[in-house]
Design a protein around this ligand. Structure first.
Ligand SMILES: Cc1cc2nc3c(=O)[nH]c(=O)nc-3n(C[C@H](O)[C@H](O)[C@H](O)COP(=O)(O)O)c2cc1C
Length: 173
């Protein structure tokens, strides 16, 4: 199946999580394209040709990045659209109200929709702008690597298993 892994990232952590997911799906025999969400926003047909979409965004001050939000809205407006597997990458203690619950709700009611997951990202002060650094200093977030790669790969394996079940169901119909 053609699987689109779309990631929105400012400093690369979400891109790396998306790449790890793409690797697992490729190992499971899927035809995987991993693309930057911002590039996909400009490519109107990209979502239509996907058999499934893994959509991930970094979380900044409780929000997904704009490009991922745009793709999310487009997927919401596709009633017969592909199944969507959403994930967020963040560091939960960085803001007072991290990961606004509304953004983690399922994307689409009644359609192939999968529960969203959250993975830890990373914080490297030298990569941040002055503005980002001051925000991080205010909330006293600590530098570090928070990604649990086994969890990422396990989730990707679950996606592969789900797609296999869906394909069997489709064959039977
Ligand atoms: C200015 C700033 C604000 C952030 N806000 C949040 C947040 O609200 N919730 C959260 O879970 N993580 C937050 N983070 C942590 C980032 O999501 C984390 O560093 C992530 O790895 C960034 O992903 P990226 O490298 O793909 O851009 C914030 C980080 C920075 C620098």
């Amino acid at each position: 199946m053609r699987v689109l892994v779309a990631t929105a990232s400012k400093h690369g952590a979400t891109t790396d999580v998306g790449a790890a997911i793409a690797d697992v799906l490729r190992e499971r025999g899927h035809d995987v394209v991993h693309a930057d969400a911002a590039d996909l926003v400009a490519d109107a047909g990209a979502l239509e040709t996907a058999g499934a979409v893994v959509l991930g965004s970094a979380v900044y001050t409780g929000q997904w990045l704009a490009a991922a939000t745009t793709l999310r809205s487009r997927l919401l407006r596709m009633p017969d659209g592909p199944p969507v597997f959403p994930f967020s990458v963040g560091i939960r203690d960085v803001t007072l109200a991290p990961l606004d619950a509304a953004w983690l709700r399922p994307l689409r009611a009644g359609a192939p929709m999968h529960p969203p997951v959250v993975f830890g990202g990373r914080l490297r002060l030298e990569e941040l702008s002055l503005r980002e650094r001051s925000l991080v200093a205010i909330v006293r977030a600590r530098e570090g690597e928070y990604t649990l790669w086994d969890d990422v790969r396990e989730w990707a394996e679950r996606i592969a298993a789900r797609l296999a079940v869906d394909a069997e169901d489709a064959d039977r119909r």
